[in-house]
Design a protein around this ligand. Structure first.
Ligand code: ZN
Length: 244
């Protein structure tokens, strides 16, 4: 096996940045999305526009982009009593986790992704899990991903490599990573076409993209975007100063 990758691609900011990262690093890249009855299913519609945008942005990436897969995991939504799969208010639970936590979600996603990658002959699995400014989801932790890599390789007799390029960076650095991969055009594509809002709202366009502006996902995206822009302005001002 090979330099072929499968990206867990939801249509959000993080997985879009991961997809761009994979297109820069692998010869052939396929994508997979999961429909588990999430309230923000609108993200699945955004995926098409994001992929089309990436193709237009970089012809070399267009050549590397392979099939897009969608897997129905309605059973996950049916057994999960969470704010991502039920029409209830987003809040913190007494166990310290937000009620947007869908137990087992990333473990299930990665297991299905590995089964698909097995069939498609793809060695590298890429996901946007992040420990840095995540919502406290234990299945986003580096140890969970590393343990899963071992389990999948033992259980499927393969040498899959699980990549999480965002694991140790915050949202501001995620914007910066996207800029470093394909410049301002990719940032514009992410702002315009990706979906982050947990409530699935796309009515209002903010500086950082569409969303309700209030849910934890929107707030995290907004704060990261603001921090990115102020860091960017500072470094541009410093460069200007050096040139004088
Ligand atoms: Zn929102």
């Amino acid at each position: 096996m090979n330099n072929r990758a499968l990206v867990l691609f939801s249509g959000g900011q993080d997985s879009t940045t991961c997809l761009a990262w994979a297109l820069e690093n692998f010869d052939h890249v396929e994508t997979v999305g999961f429909d588990y009855g999430q309230r923000h299913r609108i993200e699945l519609d955004c995926r098409k526009h994001v992929v089309e945008g990436l193709r237009r942005l970089r012809p070399d990436w267009a050549r590397r982009l392979g099939d897009d897969h969608t897997i129905g995991l309605e059973a996950l939504g049916a057994i999960s009593d969470t704010a991502l799969t039920r029409d209830v208010e987003l809040q913190m639970e007494t166990n310290g986790l937000p009620n947007t936590f869908v137990p087992g979600r990333n473990i299930i996603f990665l297991t299905f992704a590995a089964a698909l990658a097995y069939r498609r002959g793809l060695r590298h699995l890429v996901g946007g899990m992040c420990e840095t400014d995540y919502s406290g989801y234990p299945d986003c932790r580096d140890d969970t991903i590393k343990a899963l890599q071992v389990a999948l390789n033992l259980g499927m007799e393969r040498r899959f490599v699980l990549h999480t390029p965002l694991m140790w960076i915050d949202k501001a650095a995620t914007w910066e990573l996207a800029r470093s991969l394909a410049g301002g055009d990719l940032l514009d594509l992410i702002r315009e076409e990706t979906h982050t809002c947990y409530l699935g709202e796309r009515g209002v366009r903010h500086a950082w993209g569409y969303g309700c502006g209030h849910c934890p996902a929107c707030q995290l995206r907004e704060a990261g975007h603001e921090k990115y822009q102020s860091t960017r302005q500072t470094s541009e001002a410093e460069q200007e100063h050096e040139h004088v």
